[in-house]
Ligand binder design. Structure first.
Ligand code: FAD
Length: 396
């Protein structure tokens, strides 16, 4: 018997979408993800299949060839990828960054890129924000885009630009003015660019230096140096100097989607964990009958379910165009904690076998840990809630 633990609040359309994504993901079994993880290979075939089915264009309006869906549907898609045993991090950036292009991009940028992204001809899977000396304090970035004739010349170093080698387009955050002395103005003078990497690679590849970084899980992340990289003025998104605001604008969507990946992991851990103790017999009975095994599983389930419901509420508010800062941040927090808790319980339930790679538990355990850390650390989530929701003094 397979127990479907997923929260059953689905409308018929959502149930159909969930089922279709599950069917697609079933083509890429745990062996597939295991191999990619062992070799630290990008899951090209999976990303291509998901793209061709249209799911990565969920947030692109239909007039540009996308599915024209909301964040609720995008959340279902990413959740189901992770629930299937896959790893949505390979392709989530297209959804995370889409809002900046949709809300602040020019009509010319949208006409030029969105249909091509929707059809799968172009990938927008990379964003380049974090820098070694700035870390979580984004206004401290120093990568500089200097005006030069018809365009800009970009110089700087970013330490976590994931999937740039697998992407045709890049969202790049750079200063276009020196950081103002006045702390209240610190977010001014930062601009957001949509860089067509094909042009850079074709005309001046030496100006973009990419060094892959091997991490504890399969994540195509890199250090990147921009060495006087030329980009045209048409790459600028919105108004010069307003880029930080455009990035902040996308944070609620990002939090909701990230929570969804963690919830997907949580359900994978639970379904994997409950399969095992019904069959594993020690001391003459199934280990699942022991409360020391059963209760941690039940506890982890309550936490994943709570995160699922909170994420649904945040997505509902987001799609209704209402303020959802508190709910989106809280959902990211509880979902990342719940998936980690479920991962620990799944590992414990499997005993020594949890550490053996062919069972995938140790892989998912490594993968799910990042949701507490990136793209935003849970401390920063708590700081947001403390300051903006609870009205406490700013802590940083
Ligand atoms: C696998 C991976 C992929 C990534 N991909 C990308 C990407 O594609 N593009 C991109 O731009 N970035 C990416 N990042 C970067 C990620 O967004 C950063 O790691 C994150 O923003 C934190 O920056 P940092 O690592 O420098 O940590 P730091 O800012 O140095 O923080 C270190 C620790 O101190 C805590 N801390 C710092 N200041 C405070 C404070 N005031 N109050 C409380 N706690 C505080 C943090 O919460 C954290 O626990 C990726 C990171 C990882 C791990």
């Amino acid at each position: 018997m397979t127990i479907d633990l997923t929260n059953t609040a689905d409308t018929p359309e959502h149930a159909e979408l969930r089922c279709a994504v599950r069917t697609l993901c079933a083509q890429f079994g745990e062996e597939y993800w295991q191999q990619r993880d062992r070799n630290r290979e990008y899951p090209e075939e999976f990303v291509d299949t998901l793209t061709k089915a249209g799911y990565l264009s969920a947030l692109i309006p239909t007039e540009y060839g996308g599915l024209g869906l909301g964040i609720t549907e995008a959340a279902i898609i990413l959740q189901e990828v992770n629930r299937s045993g896959g790893h949505a991090a390979a392709c989530h950036a297209q959804m995370y960054t889409m809002g900046a292009l949709l809300r602040h991009g020019s009509e010319a940028q949208k006409q030029r890129y969105l249909p091509e992204i929707a059809s799968g001809n172009l990938r927008l899977q990379a964003f380049s924000i974090t820098e070694p000396d700035a870390g979580s304090n984004t206004p401290d970035i120093t990568t500089f885009a200097a005006k030069d004739g018809e365009g800009y010349v970009v110089t700087g170093h970013k330490n976590w630009t994931s999937r740039i080698e697998q992407s045709d387009l890049l969202m790049l955050l750079a200063r276009t003015e020196k950081r103002p002395e006045d702390p209240a103005q610190r977010t001014n003078g930062i601009s957001l660019f949509l860089v067509d990497l094909r042009d850079v690679r074709a005309t001046a590849p030496q100006t973009l230096v990419v060094e892959p970084v091997r991490t504890m899980f399969n994540y195509a992340t890199n250090q990147v140096w921009y060495k006087q990289m030329r980009i045209p003025a048409s790459a600028l998104i919105g108004q010069e100097g307003n880029g930080f605001r455009y990035v902040i604008d996308g944070w609620n969507a990002e939090r909701i989607l990230l929570a969804s990946e963690a919830i997907g992991d949580g359900y994978w851990f639970l379904k994997t964990a409950i399969r095992y103790p019904n069959h594993r017999t020690v001391f003459g009975h199934a280990i699942g009958a022991n409360q020391g095994v059963q209760f941690p599983l039940a506890r982890a389930y309550t936490q994943v379910l709570a995160a699922d419901m909170m994420r649904n509420r945040a997505a509902e508010l987001f799609d209704a165009g209402e303020n959802c800062g508190a709910e989106a941040n809280a959902a990211k927090f509880v979902a990342s904690e719940a998936s980690w808790q479920a991962g620990n319980v799944c590992l414990d339930t499997h005993g020594g076998y949890g550490f053996v790679d062919k069972y995938n538990v140790e892989r998912k355990f490594r993968e799910t840990r990042v949701y507490q850390v990136a793209p935003v650390n849970n401390n920063m989530i708590l700081a947001f809630l403390g300051q903006h929701v609870l009205g406490l003094p700013r802590s940083y």
